[in-house]
Design a protein around this ligand. Structure first.
Ligand code: ZN
Length: 410
């Protein structure tokens, strides 16, 4: 599996960086003029950033669960914004692709010890991969034939909770491949993109597709009670030209086979894609609120390009309080670029939802030595990010952890 499928965004990277910087400046100006954004109360206020300012998520009914970021709270004065920005205490999380590697409770306990020693606050294991099978027990999808009998997801949740680490169950939302029951039964639900991609996608705009993925989230939430749910591939994968999308846009007078990006009518198509992806996030917000769980999302680092290309308006999600954390995947080997991304992301969101910057320890866009990893984490925290999310966890070494420990101990 690739790193969240983000490598396809590389072509526009340079242009988008510039666009992001300009947008950030404009939005900062607007924020100053408008004051704080108005929240949509029907969706609930965004999670109040915890006393730690790291984004502790919604209040919990059955405290304590995992202790969370407050373990690493910096006791800085709340009115000292500059001091806050410069703080070196920060949240730490990581993504892990496969939990089928755990064959026993002993495996899981040993791994959880590693996570605790590393100081992780949130652990994000993938439980619905891009192949489309479930890495948890369910009747609604095919369970991965590699899933062991010991139920590693349940063991991981228990083991992390004992150690004060929150677990967010990670889905690749709109990507399904060779092990997908949905696509086997409904091949017409596959997305149709301009050019063949190395990542299989399902049409994010179809209600049946959204209902299916949502039912899986409901199932994992009900069966396993994780601390949070995590959205990844929460985007269209590109403009989809499947029959359902064509038919819908025709009702609005737009022929998606011929419309060009510079045409005014194209905006109607963009609006449709954005509204469909946001509909799903809103539905997930209602689910996580009712289940007393957190909601986090991995998002494209290039904004606003993610709007037109992916239907992903994550700044709007923050404005509407639909998520508790945003994890922009600004994977770069360059510290300068990673910091520029973080600066723009923090400016775009403006505070109500914490930005935890995705750090590409080993990704299609980046390779970081322990020293470079430390430098990059420090850079994004200085830029205002409240945490760092490592991709992927299994690339981390003892040396990496030592570097992080030293930064956090400062
Ligand atoms: Zn479609």
């Amino acid at each position: 599996m690739s790193d969240h499928g983000i490598s396809s965004g590389r072509r526009v990277g340079t242009v988008v960086l510039l666009a992001v910087a300009i947008t950030a400046i404009v939005l900062c100006g607007l924020a100053v003029m408008k004051g704080r954004p108005a929240w949509n109360d029907t969706e609930g206020n965004p999670a109040a950033p915890g006393v730690d300012g790291l984004g502790a998520g919604p209040p919990r009914k059955d405290q304590p669960k995992a202790a969370g970021p407050q373990m690493h709270v910096a006791q800085t004065g709340k009115d000292n914004l500059e001091g806050d920005r410069q703080m070196t205490k920060f949240g730490l999380a990581a993504w892990l692709h496969r939990i089928t590697q755990f064959n026993s409770a002993e495996d899981v306990e040993a791994y959880a010890d590693r996570l605790a020693a590393a100081g992780y606050d949130i652990f994000i294991p993938c439980v619905k991969n891009t192949h489309g099978a479930a890495d948890f027990l369910t009747d609604l999808a095919d369970v991965n034939d590699e899933y062991p009998s010991c139920d590693p997801l349940k063991l991981l949740i228990d083991a992390c909770r004992k150690r004060g680490i929150k677990l967010h169950a990670w889905f690749t939302v709109f990507s399904e491949g060779g092990k997908s029951r949905l696509l086997r039964e409904h091949p017409e639900y596959a997305a149709v993109h301009d050019s063949p991609r190395n990542q299989p996608w399902i049409c994010a705009c179809r209600q049946e597709v959204q209902d299916y993925v949502f039912s899986l989230y409901e199932d994992v939430a009900g069966r396993y009670r994780p601390d949070g749910l995590h959205l990844d591939y929460i985007r269209t994968g590109g403009p989809c030209r499947c029959d359902a999308c064509k038919k819908h846009m025709a009702t609005l007078g737009v022929d998606i086979e011929t419309v060009r990006e510079k045409d005014p009518a194209y905006e109607l198509w963009v609006d449709w894609r954005v509204s469909r992806v946001t509909d799903f996030v809103r539905r997930m917000r209602k689910l996580t609120k009712s289940e007393d769980m957190e909601l986090s999302a991995a998002v494209f680092p290039s904004y606003p390009r993610s709007i037109s290309n992916q239907g992903q308006d994550w700044v709007a999600w923050a404005e509407q309080g639909l998520v508790d954390y945003l994890f922009p995947m600004g994977y770069r080997t360059s510290v300068r670029q990673a910091k520029a991304f973080a600066t723009s992301h923090v400016a775009l969101v403006g505070g109500p939802v914490p930005i935890w910057s995705g750090i590409g320890k080993a990704s299609s866009e980046s390779t970081l030595t322990p020293a470079a990893l430390g430098e990059q984490i420090q850079a994004v925290i200085e830029a205002g990010a409240k945490g760092a999310v490592i991709f992927p966890e299994n690339a981390m070494t003892d040396e990496d952890f030592e570097v992080i420990r030293k930064i956090r101990a400062k």
